[in-house]
Design a protein around this ligand. Sequence first.
Ligand SMILES: Nc1ncnc2c1ncn2[C@@H]1O[C@H](COP(=O)(O)OP(=O)(O)O)[C@@H](O)[C@H]1O
Ligand SMILES: CC(=O)OP(=O)(O)O
Ligand SMILES: [Mg+2]
Length: 381
Amino acid sequence: MIILTLNSGSSSLKFGLFDTQGVDVRAVMSGEKTGRTLRASDASGTALPDVSLADDNPITAVGIIRNLVSQAAILAPQAIGHRVVHGGTGLREHCRIDDRVLEQLRLASAMSPLHAPAAISMIEAAETAFPGLPQVACFDTTFHAGMPEVARTLPLPRALRDAGIQRFGFHGLSCESIVHQLGDECPARLIVAHLGSGSSVTAIRDGRSIDTSMGFTPSGGVLMGTRSGELDPGVIIYLLREKGYDFASLEQLVDHQSGMLGISGVSGDMRRLHAAEIESRDCQLAVEMFYISVAKQIAAMMVSLGGLDLLVFTGGIGEHDGDTREEVCGRLACLGVELAISGPRSASGNPAGFSSRCGIRVLMSEENNQIARHAYRLLTT
Ligand SMILES: Nc1ncnc2c1ncn2[C@@H]1O[C@H](COP(=O)(O)OP(=O)(O)O)[C@@H](O)[C@H]1O
Ligand SMILES: CC(=O)OP(=O)(O)O
Ligand SMILES: [Mg+2]
């Protein structure tokens, strides 16, 4: 089955065209839109010429993707799989999209205001570009649905907990893709540090999520590019009471103006921060606060797991930024987590004889492959 996957992240739209047979997926084409530039590669990984988009309309982006994939594959897509960050309490399992599901997604969008509007627009644009094709929603929250009560519960009164206020956890497709890639090598105690535009740290025991840093929304936990992450709730109360904030200005503040952007005053993009940190103390501070925030969450997840066998870095920063990996692991050396800089690798990812108590690896976040697998399963069984 030829499956097109669309993954709306907070800073990008990633897509893939997969020839899918059970869990075997072969990428025929993959690509990413950031800003108004769309970059794609063919099946062999060779880059195609960049495409400039005339506007930010999702219909324009999906139309261009449709034109590109129609040149790449002999067969047209037979289904479309979407990454959807949040389905609320009502949608915890990946599912086929119909009018009822779309309505539930709209209702749940208040729980992920940074991601939901783009994902819903993408589903609508895909229906316009590929009328009648089956569409599937794959949720970031599904991988975390079985977390134990002690991790899932937020410290609030029963009535609010019963109303569905809980830790959902995100980047689930990414974590699941790491477990899939590790296969038989997946150890009992695994931590996935997904560090990108949004960042989270997840504790995985025997392939299942048992704790994670993001909570009710993808705004919590680790300090991020433009999101505050963990913030004393008293700050919110103070801003509401004393500084004239309302929910809209608070949302702007917490999701769009805080994190490394807020601290640096320059950017939330790690590449720009590295370029500027030599001259700017605020950029240096932003990056240092990110390192310590990630390291503290990894330490917390080591407690949840009762130790650590393997730490995996993934996501845009985790995959590409050696400085971040080095600085985060440097802050965890007191717990025996040491990054091997060079040398031949053993199966754990460390050089033979290296003293670190756990393996450390860098793996690609293959969210799109997971979406294709789930879409295939849902549409063939
Ligand atoms: N070579 C690199 N060095 C450092 N950071 C990078 C590099 N490449 C990408 N990034 C970071 O990764 C982020 C995007 O991560 P990604 O996981 O793709 O985010 P999203 O899925 O939310 O769009 C960028 O904002 C940038 O900070
Ligand atoms: C959940 C989340 O933050 O996703 P992303 O990193 O793609 O923005
Ligand atoms: Mg992402």
